[in-house]
Design a protein around this ligand. Structure first.
Ligand code: B12
Ligand code: SF4
Length: 492
């Protein structure tokens, strides 16, 4: 219930927002809006009020809240007044001196989460750099850093390289190691342009190969994910320049980190050794974006109950869903298939993986469950890894199983995790370069695989590919699937 009304001043400080009073705009005949109150209370714009609240309920929520900037000031003052908690022993003092000395001698090197956050929170003018590699959707990491900078009122701008304007901190992100040269170039350019301003680097490549940057740059390197950054609500608008349709129609949901599996070819368990659930994941959904891209590396293998909670939330949202990283077929039970069938998927939004022959049978069973529950095959796709330890015919079998079961296979060519350039492409021990190229092309050419088999395609185009005896020898290594696996088929 509102008891009183106040008109706020256009220049002076506003009154305290109370649950029992109501504020009017200084010039316009209207109450302040909820986003205006949110700013008055010093919440960042990216902070979302839970969906479905009435105006009064949202006002009450803000009225009862403690302004974050005020709490920050209180906490800092308390920290200062407490002083050092414990007198360090002589031994510790000596070790600290040694550490500080080493750091001064070499200002590059790794930085822990607390140090990284101090650098970000203390900056006033930040250049956010996403190196100029190809990417599909906006950098979630930089979007999270942007949200944090906004909270503290720092100025920042997002660029694909340096821009000639001054900055007091450059934050560079990194993605695929195969774009190593572009990332290294971006870090060096930031160091040159910054005139001594610190450069902070994080992301996938920085986590997989930090020593490469330690050796070649003076950047401070943050390894692995940061729970504090992950809990920020990404400010996608701040980093979306150049992001093309349809990727600007998606909210990006990262509800968890880590994976219980340890596949040899994968970086996830190396970079994210801990299973972690983001306590604020629901806030990542942007109301006016019609689709949601779920970016968890293995949502199906996350903490107990997380999959069910996320899928129920997605079903309730009514938005188009894309499981970008694919679900793990061994965790698709009948109950899970049923809840998945309630989702509205974007085209090929329901994704699984058939990366290893050991999954033969489990994969078909999962597809059967999904089809029985009513998930349309036209919306289902499977990632199929090739060029790892598999043989060409074995990989071809996994691809063909997808086609036989009525879904689209998507070939994923294996590259070693520490590979720092795209060319020359890595060739797996049972493959040849020519066979690998032809295989990838054939399976990416939508429709061609429904008309003919790969062997037929390769024979017909042998001259074009200049196929040699070595290519045929690699192809002719026979493969026989495990008995019974193919019988576990989907219902039609
Ligand atoms: C999303 C994604 C994609 C998307 C692209 C993303 C985009 N922006 O367009 C798509 C689907 C296109 C894709 C494709 C591929 N991908 Co991919 N992908 C991912 C995935 C799942 C998430 C990356 C991500 O955005 N994470 C979200 C952000 C928030 O997390 P983050 O970047 O780690 O950032 C955190 C920290 O690192 C840190 N941080 C990051 N930057 C910065 C900067 C600063 C200054 C600071 C302080 C901190 C910081 O803070 C953040 C918060 O915790 C990763 C797996 C993973 N778990 O990382 C694989 C991954 C990057 N992909 C991988 C691979 C192999 C591929 C493919 C090559 C697969 C294939 N064979 O076809 C293709 C390559 C396509 C190409 N163009 O070359 C490998 C990379 C291996 C490598 N050697 O680099 C990974 C690691 C997966 C794996 N299983 O091994 N991928
Ligand atoms: S299940 Fe997926 S995310 Fe987990 S380790 Fe294997 S490939 Fe990586």
């Amino acid at each position: 219930m509102f008891f009183s009304w106040f008109r706020i001043s256009p220049v002076g400080p506003a009154r305290t927002i109370l649950v029992t009073s109501f504020m009017l705009h200084w010039a316009e005949p209207r109450a302040l809006t909820i986003p205006e109150c949110r700013r008055l209370m010093s919440f960042p714009d990216a902070f979302r009020i839970p969906e479905g609240l009435s105006f009064r309920a949202a006002w009450k929520l803000l009225g009862n809240a403690v302004p974050p900037l005020m709490m920050r000031a209180v906490a800092l003052a308390a920290k200062k007044s407490l002083g050092p908690q414990k007198r360090p022993s002589r031994k510790k003092k000596k070790a600290g001196r040694r550490k500080r000395g080493a750091r001064a001698a070499n200002s590059s090197g790794r930085i822990d989460e607390a140090g990284m956050l101090r650098m970000i929170d203390g900056a006033k003018n930040v250049l956010l750099i996403e190196p100029p590699y190809k990417r599909k959707y906006p950098s979630l990491a930089l979007a999270k850093i942007a949200a944090r900078l906004k909270t503290y009122g720092a100025a920042f701008r997002y660029r694909r390289g340096v821009d000639g304007e001054p900055f007091d901190l450059a934050c560079v992100t990194s993605l695929f190691t195969t774009d190593g040269a572009k990332t290294l170039g971006a870090v060096r350019a930031a160091e040159e342009a910054g005139g001594g301003a610190p450069v902070l680097l994080g992301g996938v490549m920085a986590s997989l190969m930090p020593e490469r940057f330690e050796r070649n740059t003076g950047a401070r390197i943050f390894v692995g994910p940061s729970e504090a950054l992950d809990a920020e609500v990404p400010d996608l608008d701040a980093v979306s320049e150049g992001v093309e349709d349809p990727w600007d129609t998606f909210s990006y949901l990262q509800t968890s980190r880590g994976c219980p599996n340890k596949c040899d070819y994968c970086a996830v368990w190396r970079m994210e050794p801990k299973l972690w659930v983001n306590p604020r994941w629901k806030l990542q959904v942007i109301d006016d974006r019609p689709n949601i891209c779920v970016c968890d590396s293995n949502l199906t293998g996350s903490r107990r109950g997380q999959f069910e909670e996320v899928v129920a939330f997605l079903a309730h949202s009514g938005k188009g869903v894309l499981f970008e990283e694919g679900l793990d077929c061994k965790f698709i039970t009948e109950a899970r298939a049923e809840v998945l069938a309630k989702l509205k998927f974007v085209r090929h939004g329901m994704r699984l993986a058939f990366d290893r022959i050991e999954e033969d049978g489990t994969f078909q069973r999962a597809l059967g469950r999904l089809a029985d529950a009513g998930v349309p095959k036209s919306q289902t796709m499977a990632y199929v890894l090739f060029n790892f330890n598999d043989s060409p015919q074995e990989a071809d079998y996994r691809m063909r199983e997808c086609v036989r079961l009525g879904i689209r296979p998507y070939p994923q060519q294996y590259q070693p995790l520490n590979k720092t350039s795209r060319k020359p492409a890595y060739v797996g021990p049972k493959w040849t370069r020519t066979l690998m190229q032809a295989f990838r092309f054939f399976w990416l050419m939508a429709g061609s695989y429904t008309k003919m088999k790969f062997e037929e395609y390769f024979t017909t185009n042998a001259e074009k590919y200049k196929a040699t005896d070595a290519d045929w020898a690699a192809w002719n290594v026979p493969f026989r699937p495990k008995k019974g696996a193919r019988r576990r088929r989907t219902s039609s």
